[in-house]
Design a protein around this ligand. Structure first.
Ligand code: PMP
Ligand code: GLU
Length: 402
C-alpha cells in the first residue's frame, strides 16, 4: 500500500490561516531579494517593552521553566482580574480566568468547550479570519451576518434577527474589529444582549484591540448593557497586541466559572499550560507601567491619518475610518472587471491582492478571507516610510488597470 495516508474530514473543511499564509509568502519573496512592502499580517512593529523582556529572562535564570497550573499561574490570573477592575470596573475571580497559548487558542478552547454538531454560531462579517474555522473545528456551523460599509460596519439589529435560528448557540463580537477597525454601537449591543438573554446564547467578546482606540470616550461594551449578561459572556483578550508580544503567545479569557472549568479540561488535554516563561513576562506587562499601549496607539494615529488620506485620494476607493486596531479595509471593488497591461483580469479581492503582490510587490490580505470580497486589508502597524512608498505603489498599480 503506497497511497498517501488519508486525512481527517475536519481538516479538509478548513483552510490554513490566510493572514499567516500571505505573510509567509511576502517574507519568502523578501528573502529571495524582492523589495516587498508587507501590509499583510497584523502585529505591532514595536519590540516588547524592556521590563517585560527582562521578566522573561529572569524567569529562565530563576529556573521558572516547569509545568504551571493548567489555567495559568495564580499571580497572572489575579493580575488579569485586577486589570479588568481597573480598566473596566468588571469583577472576576482567578477561577474565572484562563490563560491560553495566545488569544487564538483561547477562542479554540471556548469553541471546543461550548459548541458541537448542530450548533450555529453567529459571526458578523467582515470577520477575523480564524472565527469560522475555529467554529467548524468544533463541528459547529458559523452563520455569517453581513455588516454594511454604509453604516460603518455596525450591526443592524433587524439583520441580526434574520440570521438567528433555534439552533443559534452564540455570537462572536470583535470591537474594535479586525479587519475594519469599526466598533459596535450601544444600540447594536443592546439588541444583541436582549436576544442573548431571551434565547440563552453565549456572547464571545473578542476585546484584543481594546487598548488601541482613536478618539476619546469609553467604547460601548456588551457587559455594560445588562449585568445579567456576565453569566453568558466570555471576554477574550491578551498581551499580543497591547504589549507587542505576538510571539510570546499569551492570551486570556474571563467568564463564568463553569465555562472556564470546561475550557481548562480541554487545555489540560491539549497543551497542559501556556509557556511558563511567557506567563512571567505577561505578568510583568499587566502589573507594570501601563503607558506602553497608549504610546503605541499615539504612534499609530498619524499613520492612520496618512493611510486614510492616501487611500481615499485614489479614484474609486472608499474607506471607513477605523475607530480602533491598526487595519484599514478599503473598498476596491471599482477595480473589479478591469485588466492589467500584462492581461491579468481582476475579478475579485483575491485576484487583486495577487496582482498587487506580483506586479507592485505589495502584500495585502484579500477581503474574501474576512468574508467581504469587495475589500482588501492593509495593516498600518508599519513605518511611515513603508506606508508612503506602499501607497504610491498602490495608486500606480490601480491606475495601471483599465
Ligand atoms: N482576535 C483577533 C481579532 C485578532 O486579530 C487576533 C490576532 N491574531 C487574535 C484574536 C489572537 O491573537 P493572538 O493569538 O496572537 O493572541
Ligand atoms: N491577527 C493578526 C492578523 O489578522 C495576526 C495573524 C493571525 O493570527 O491571523 O493579521
Amino acid at each position: 500500500m503506497d497511497a498517501p495516508v488519508e486525512l481527517a474530514a475536519r481538516v479538509k473543511e478548513i483552510k490554513a490561516s490566510p493572514t499567516l499564509a500571505v505573510d509567509a509568502k511576502a517574507k519568502a519573496l523578501k528573502a529571495e531579494g524582492a523589495d516587498v512592502l508587507n501590509f499583510s499580517v497584523g502585529e505591532p512593529d514595536f519590540d516588547t517593552p524592556a521590563h517585560v523582556r527582562e521578566a522573561g529572562k529572569e524567569a529562565i535564570d530563576q529556573g521558572f521553566t516547569r509545568y504551571t497550573p493548567v489555567p495559568g499561574i495564580l499571580p497572572l490570573r489575579q493580575a488579569v482580574c485586577d486589570r479588568m477592575v481597573a480598566d473596566h470596573g468588571w469583577h472576576y475571580q482567578p477561577d474565572q480566568i484562563q490563560v491560553s497559548c495566545g488569544g487564538k487558542h483561547g477562542l479554540y478552547n471556548m469553541a471546543q468547550a461550548l459548541f458541537g454538531p448542530g450548533d450555529e454560531v453567529l459571526v458578523p462579517a467582515p470577520y477575523w479570519v480564524s472565527y469560522p474555522p475555529i467554529i467548524q473545528l468544533a463541528g459547529a456551523t458559523p452563520v455569517i451576518v453581513p455588516l454594511d460599509e454604509k453604516s460603518d460596519f455596525d450591526l443592524d439589529p433587524a439583520v441580526l434577527a434574520r440570521y438567528a435560528t433555534a439552533k443559534t448557540r452564540g455570537i462572536i463580537l470583535n470591537s474594535p474589529s479586525n479587519p475594519t477597525g469599526s466598533v459596535l454601537s450601544a444600540r447594536a449591543l443592546a439588541a444583541i444582549g436582549e436576544l442573548a438573554l431571551e434565547r440563552g446564547w453565549v456572547v464571545i467578546s473578542d476585546d484584543i484591540y481594546d487598548t488601541i482606540v482613536y478618539g476619546g470616550g469609553k467604547l460601548p461594551h456588551i457587559l455594560d448593557v445588562d449585568p445579567r449578561l456576565a453569566q453568558r459572556t466570555l471576554i477574550l483578550n491578551g498581551v499580543s497586541k497591547s504589549f507587542a508580544m505576538t510571539g510570546w503567545r499569551i492570551g486570556y479569557t474571563a467568564g463564568p466559572k463553569h465555562i472556564i472549568a470546561a475550557m481548562n479540561k480541554i487545555q489540560s488535554q491539549a497543551t497542559s499550560n501556556p509557556s511558563s516563561v511567557a506567563q512571567k513576562a505577561a505578568l510583568a506587562a499587566l502589573t507594570g507601567p501601563q503607558d506602553f499601549p497608549r504610546a503605541m496607539r499615539d504612534a499609530f494615529l498619524p499613520r492612520l491619518d496618512f493611510i486614510i488620506g492616501a487611500l481615499t485620494a485614489i479614484p474609486g476607493v472608499s474607506c471607513v475610518r477605523p475607530r480602533g486596531a491598526f487595519y484599514v479595509f478599503p473598498n476596491v471593488s471599482a477595480y473589479f472587471g478591469k485588466k492589467s497591461s500584462s492581461g491579468k483580469v481582476i475579478n475579485d479581492s483575491v485576484s487583486l491582492a495577487d496582482y498587487l503582490l506580483e506586479e507592485a510587490l505589495l502584500a495585502t490580505v484579500p477581503g474574501a478571507a474576512f468574508g467581504a470580497d469587495q475589500f482588501i486589508r492593509f495593516s498600518f502597524a508599519t513605518s511611515m516610510e513603508i506606508l508612503e512608498a506602499g501607497m504610491q505603489r498602490l495608486a500606480k498599480a490601480l491606475a495601471g488597470l483599465s
